[in-house]
Structures are given as C-alpha cells and as structure tokens.
Design a protein. Structure first.
Length: 743
C-alpha cells in the first residue's frame, strides 16, 4: 500500500512537472514567435513598422505584454508612438462566443506625437485602414469587441501643426476609463496632465456618446499658461507677444453637433494677460478677468452670471502717420484676421475659439440675461497720436465702472463710469439703459479741469498757435428712445490764452488772434450750447448758439475793448508774480519777462532783508522731444547741405526750427537711416539716430542756460544772495510749458 502511494505521488509529480515544463516551453516559444510575427507582418496589416524589446504571451491566461514598444510613422523611420510597456489581459473564454474582450489595457510611459497638415493627421491612414466600408452580413452573428478597462500612465504627447506652424506638448498625461463595450455608445474617462513647455495643470472627467455626440464634462485648470497660444496668433499677426494664465472649474453638458447646445456653470479666471509689440511693451493687458457663471445656456436663451469683473485693465491705442498700432499688427481694417477666418482648411485655435464665443453670444440680447455684479477696477486706457507735429497723449486713469444687478427683467439698469484723466482732469458718466432695448437709454456726462494746453499738438498742427492758458469743461444730458436722440451739450473753455506762433512750414496758419476775438465772450470764456438730435446713425448738430454768439461778439465786444485791455494787463501782472514761462528750447528771457525780473531786482535793492525762492518746473518729456527733433533735423540738414558743424550758423538754426518733422524729404531720409520695420513713429526713428546721451546733455545744458539767463540780472546788480534757486522738478505743467515758480 505504501509502495502504491509512492508510485502515485511519482506519477503525479511527473505529470505536474511535465505540464509545467510544457507551459514554460509553450510560453517560452510563443512569446518570441509572437514578437517575430508582429515585426514580420506589421506593415502588411497596419502599414506601420512595429518593433519591441521583448514580448511575453501567456496563452493559458490571455495576458500579453510588449516591452519597449515602438510604432513608426507611415512608410517612415520616424517614431510615432513608444511605450515602456504595453499590456493587455484578454478573455479567452469569450472567444468561443465571437467576442474579443480585453479585460484591461495598460500603456506605461507612452511617448507619442500627433502631426496635422490641413485636415490630415499622421494617424488618418490607420483610421482609413481599419474603417470597413463593407455592408455587414445580417444572416450571421457579428463579432463583438470589448475593452473593459483602459489605463495610460505618465504619458508624454506632442502636437505639431505643419502649416501654421505650432509645436506643443503635455506631460504626465494620465487617462483612465471603464472602457468601451460593443453594445454601449458611451465612454466615460478621467484624465490629468501638465503643460509641457510651460506651467499649469488640467484634470477632470468626461462622458461622450459616440452615437448622438452628446457630452458631459467636469474640468478644473490651475495656473495653466496660455503662452503657447502665441503660435496661433502669429498666423494672422505681423508681430506681437502674447501671455496669459487661466484658472477655473467648469461643468457642462451639450452636443458636439450644435455649438449652442451647451449648458455650463462654474468659474473661469484669466490672469496676467499681456499682448503687445513685444514682451516689454504692451498694447493691452489686465491682472485678472473673472467670469462666475450660474447658468449659461444659449439654446435655452439663458445667460446668468453671479459676477463679471475686470481688474487693472490696460489698453493703449496709438495713431501713426500710416495705420495705427492695432492695424500694424493685424493689417489694415483687420484684414489679416478676416483672411485667417476665411481659410476653412486651416485649423487655428484662436479663430475657432472666437467663432465659438460668437456662437455663444449670438442671441445674448434676445435671451434672458442677468449679472449680479459687473465691474471694472483701476483701469488705464491711453491714447497717443504720433501723426501730428508733436506727440499728443491722453489717458483715462484710474478708470472704474460699476453696475449692480443687470437683469433683463428689470425696467432699467444703471452703470456708473468714473475716471481720472491724465495728466489733468476727471470725468463721470452715468448710463441708465433699458436692458431689453439698447437703443433706449439716458446718458449724463461731465468732463472737467482739462487744460487747454493739453491739446497744443492739435492747435499747433492746424493753426500754428499753441495755448498757454485755459481750462476745458464739457457736460451733457442725452435721452435716446428708439434710436432717436434728444441731447443738450455744453462746452465751456475758461480763460483761453494764445501763446506765440510757432513757425512751421507744414502747419496750417490761421489768424487765431482774430478768431479768438470773435469766439471768446465777455469774461474771457468760450461758452456754447450744442444740442444734438436725429438718430444714432445720423446725428444732427445744432450750431445756432455758436453763430448767435459770434454775431453778438462782433457788435458787443468792440465798445468794451479799453476795459478788457486794462483787465487783461492787470491779470498779466498778477501772473508774473507767480511764474516766468519758457517756450520750448528757449534759453533767453524775452522783453516782458525781462521787465518783470528787473522790477523784482528793484524791489530787492530797496528791501535788503527780503528774499525770493525760485522753483524751476521743467516739462522734461516735451522739452526732450523738441531737442530730439531739432538734433535729428540738424543731422539731416548738415548732410543735405554738406555743411561742416564748425560752419553751422544761426541762420541755419532758424531754417531747422521752421522745418517740420513731417517734411517729406526729411521723413524719406529718416526712413533710409532706420530700416527696422517695427519702428513706426518719427520719435522712435529719431531716437535711433540721436542717442539719449546727446539729448540729455542738451537738456541739461538748456536748463543751465536758463538759470544763468535768469540769475544774470540779480548777479549784475549785486542781489544774488537774496535769491534761492531750488533744484529742478520734472512735471507736466498745467499750461503746457516749463516755468519758474517764484515765491
């Protein structure tokens, strides 16, 4: 009995060992065979070359694993996809029921690239190859295919658009899904990845029905850098630099076939936005733009926001001799954008997003909309005009706008705009609008404390006369119903005074002293009411008050000339006790200021214990601009006339003074000296040929000459110890010229 048991054990051991050996042999043999067959017939069945380090196949459990897998591009030695490992667990039992089922498919550390050229991708051939156009045989049971679980670990995916071009990649890509079943149309997956070339992360989950193309997603982004979008912008921009970050958490469901069929809620915030000429020079920027969405559904005609806020926006509009700063980027009238928008075959992410936003906002005013709070905080909106004989600059800063509870169901919505105006002034605008009809509103505005000298670049270009005194105020009250305007507008210019004419060949010459005589009223003010009626597209300006005042001044002013002359002389004397004004690049006192200084000297001689303090207030920016122009024109003049600097005369200097910076020959010469296509203004071109050191030296020399010219009268009569000249202060003077303030 004991011997029989021993023999049985031996038999079982031999059989077990044999089975194990057979399994090992089968696995050992089938694995390299599988590797051999895959690499031999890869191009025949896939059109791609496939290689691997080694393969493991277990025919008894259905587990297959390929190590160091590589799949190449179509008919190319470039690799399209690699993976440290690719494993699949097949269900052998279901093969008998005409069902191919992978219980789990795992890719470890895959590295792939997607290449797009027009509408063709580098995997389009695979889709075409495995897409069957044959009509299925309804008499036989079809073969079913299932993948129960899909997992991608730590992937790296590159994207390249050949046409635009665009290069981008994401890293640490992780995707996990419960898989796809032959009798189910929906796939659910979750994902996460980091931006490859920059910062930021995205994670979320998504459900897609491939039959109806319905979708649902829940996506969260954190500090995701949008700088790679700059590659798409360069497709339709002549130049420019772009940067932005996005954070958000959005939940939405809809249908891919209908852009309006989306219902979303959540929060999306854009921050650190910059777009401009280069990384250092912005045309537009903001710190943060936040949309807090309660219910957004264009198809259901609902736009409900908890809040929309914009913090510290900046926008700069510049007018050049040709085009403006926006048109230099995007073409005249935005022609580059229209061209990109018309290329249907080319995919541009920025254009597609713009189209989608347009779809979302298409029916906004015909829908129910509500914004609990709409606000703009601490904005800065600037305007520079370089098309004139000198730079004009104005800015609305700080700009604030607040509107509480914008609701279409409300009768009216009130919006308040308040802004400072740089360098001087402020403005307030109140808008009361019908949320159902944008052509139904009330508008009140008030601009005040704007210096008349601020507009000297326009006065000089169109009249040859600058102003050195005066204050603008403008206010109005508009009522618009059904596009029809009824408005009162009141223009008030207090105490406008002309300075000396600037002789410039390109500037228009108008008899401004005579014109000012007729348009100024008693009290030295210009005070006009200008009603506007008609409709918003074709407004009509009523100037009867202007013509009436002109006629009145013709007959009323002449009898009052002696009185007004006396008053004006008295006012001038009062002004002189406060300051001495310097014209641009002027370093010698003229007759009237000289008389005034001599009176001060006489006073100090009679009062030895008295003293004065002088504060030089210097309009450095404008003074340096005039110096820059003069030195550039001088360089051109010397070259044109072939004059050596030692032979340069005062007559030559006068000719240069009268030469306009818009002189066609001078501009043509300047363009030959500066060939940089991104230099648009005469100021920039002059800076390219005249160094800042030269300008600063000339500026310091000018200030020294002014101080010497002023001090001469005190030194010459021995009262220099009774004056104290303070250090120069750089400022933007209210009256537009550098001056000495005397205390």
């Amino acid at each position: 009995m004991k011997i029989a048991n021993t023999k049985l054990k031996k038999t079982l051991l031999i059989i077990g060992s044999t089975i194990i050996i057979i399994v090992i042999v089968v696995i050992a043999c089938i694995s390299p065979i599988t590797k051999y067959l895959v690499e031999k017939y890869d191009e025949k069945y896939t059109g791609r070359q496939i290689t691997m380090g080694w393969a493991y196949v277990n025919p008894f459990t259905g587990y297959v694993y390929f190590h160091n897998l590589k799949i190449y591009e179509y008919h190319s030695d470039s690799v399209m996809l690699t993976a440290d490992g690719a494993g699949g667990d097949f269900s052998l039992k279901k093969l008998f029921y005409k069902t191919y089922e992978i219980k789990e498919l795992v890719l470890d550390r895959p590295r792939g690239i997607v290449i797009q050229q027009d509408s063709v991708f580098n995997f389009s051939d695979l889709i075409e190859k495995f897409s069957s156009n044959e009509i299925p045989d309804s008499t036989t049971e079809p073969i079913h295919f299932n993948i129960r679980h899909i997992k991608i670990n730590d992937g790296l995916l590159y994207y390249r658009d050949v046409i635009i071009p665009v290069n981008y990649f994401v890293k640490e890509l992780n995707i996990e899904s419960d898989g796809m079943l032959w009798n189910a149309d929906t796939i659910v997956f979750k994902f996460s990845f980091l931006s490859g070339p920059s910062s930021g992360s995205v994670n979320g989950n998504m459900t897609v029905n491939f039959k109806t193309l319905d979708y649902h997603y829940d996506i969260e982004a954190a500090k995701f850098d949008l700088h790679p979008v700059e590659q798409y912008i360069k497709d339709f921009a002549n130049y420019g630099s772009f940067a932005a970050m996005v954070d958000g958490h959005l939940k939405a469901h809809g249908n891919f076939n209908d852009g309006e069929d989306v219902t979303a809620n959540g929060l999306i915030a854009f921050s650190e936005f910059h777009f401009g000429k280069n990384k250092k020079e912005d045309y537009a920027s903001f710190d943060k733009l936040v949309f807090s969405i309660n219910d957004l559904s264009p198809k259901k005609h609902k736009y409900i926001f908890d809040s929309v806020s914009l913090t510290h926006p900046f926008f700069l509009y510049e007018q050049y001799d040709y085009l403006d700063n926006i048109e230099t980027v995007f073409g005249k009238g935005g022609e580059n954008i229209y061209a990109a928008n018309g290329e249907a075959a080319k995919y541009n992410l920025v254009v597609e997003v713009a189209r989608y936003v347009q779809i979302l906002a298409r029916n906004f005013f015909q829908s129910y909309y509500k914004v609990n709070r709409l606000a703009v905080y601490d904005g800065n909106f600037g305007f520079n005009d370089y098309s004139l004989s000198e730079k004009f600059s104005l800015a609305a800063n700080p700009f604030n706008m607040v509107a509480d509870s914008i609701d279409k169901n409300h009768d009216r919505v009130k919006i308040l705009f308040q802004t400072g105006i740089q360098p001087f002034g402020n403005a307030t605008v109140t808008l009361d609008i019908n949320p159902v009809d944008t052509a139904d509103f009330n508008l009140q505005y008030h601009l005040q404390k704007l210096p008349a000298a601020l507009f000297n670049p326009y006065f000089v270009s169109y009249t040859s006369f600058p102003l050195d005194r005066g204050t603008f105020e403008l206010n109005g009250n508009w009522q618009v119903r059904n596009n029809k305007i009824e408005s009162d507008n009141h223009l008030l210019i207090i105490d406008p005074r002309l300075s000396e004419r600037i002789k410039n060949k390109e500037a228009l010459h108008l008899p401004m002293p005579l014109i000012m005589f007729f348009i100024r009223e008693r009290g030295n003010v210009i005070d006009y009411d200008i009603p506007i009626s008609g409709d918003l597209k074709n407004p009509k300006f009523h100037l009867s008050d202007v013509f009436y005042d002109l006629l009145k001044n013709i007959f009323v002013k002449p009898p009052t000339i002696p009185y007004r002359t006396t008053v004006k002389n008295a006012e001038n004397e009062i002004e002189k006790t406060h300051n001495i004004q310097w014209q641009m690049r002027q370093s010698v006192l003229e007759h009237n200021p000289e008389e005034f200084v001599n009176k001060i000297v006489d006073f100090l001689l009679k009062n030895p214990k008295a003293s004065i303090t002088v504060h030089p207030m210097v309009f450095a920016e404008k003074e340096k601009e005039y110096i820059l122009f003069y030195e550039a024109k001088k360089k051109y003049y010397l070259s044109l006339e072939n004059i050596k600097i030692e032979n340069f005369s005062e007559a030559d200097s006068n000719k240069i003074d009268k030469m306009s910076i818009k002189d066609t020959l001078f501009v043509s010469w300047l363009n030959k000296q500066v060939t940089d296509s991104l230099v648009f203004t005469v100021q920039e071109k002059c800076r390219k040929i005249i160094s800042s050191t030269t300008v600063n030296n000339k500026f310091n020399q000018l200030n020294k000459l002014r101080q010497n010219a002023f001090s001469f009268y005190f030194v010459n009569r021995g009262v220099e110890k009774q004056i104290n000249i303070s250090p120069e202060q750089t400022t933007v003077p209210y009256n537009g010229f550098s001056f000495y303030k005397i205390e």
